[in-house]
Write a protein that binds this ligand. Sequence first.
Ligand code: IPD
Ligand code: CA
Length: 257
Amino acid sequence: MSKNLDQRFATAVELALEGGAMAQRMRHALGPAHAKSAIDFCTEADRAVERLIRGRVTAQFGDAMIGEEDGGAAGERVWVVDPIDGTANYIHGTKRWCVSIAYVHQGAIEIGVLYAPDNDLLFTARRGAGAFLNGRPIGVSRLRHGAAPSVEVGWSERRPLSLYCAALTALMERGCEFRRHGSGALGLADVARGHNDGYLELHINAWDALAGILLVQEAGGVTNDFLADDGLTHGNPLFAATPEIAGRLREVLAAAG
Ligand code: IPD
Ligand code: CA
């Protein structure tokens, strides 16, 4: 691993921890959330955490950054950041939200870090070096539990509800159960740690997905090529799964596409 990547990895971890702690502190005195849509919100904490990360990344490395709240342009070296993924959960006072930070160099996701402060869960991955939870290696389920495969199906208003319902039907027809917990990033982390067998969403943005995609890949799972066709700036359909059900999820996405 190059020194530059080592430094960026250390900074990504520091920023995820600091950003998570900042959002936790701010939660007690938040003004009203700004509703981007009926199910999509932004709070003062989302903005403050994104500013913290952008300031440090720019000052320390001069890299490009794309963030959920303030946007940004791609570059050869680009950080892709969701300051709070699971904002609706955060607003409701539940624990399922996280800071998500990915670093992409020349089109390859090199670093993925997720921090869920309320449960003190730090997920980390570097390309080719495995996936970890609080420093311990993690792996996908391989369906060792012996139950029906369970898949989280993310939802946003970026695709019609009828397609979402059709995807649930197609999934159940293929013998899978479904769930939805409101954080795409943590949904992917659950696949990486074997707590769930797959994640599927008809359209998701890069800031929600990139860190989690690297986690799943490094944990032995399979994903579609999310960065194809400008996924970095426009988002894409996504599946991520333990290899045993990857074919089924690919079919469901193809049917809904
Ligand atoms: C959303 C969540 C949700 C996913 C959506 C995202 P937000 O992000 O990750 O689970 O299904 O696609 O937009 O609004 O909580 O940052
Ligand atoms: Ca998000």
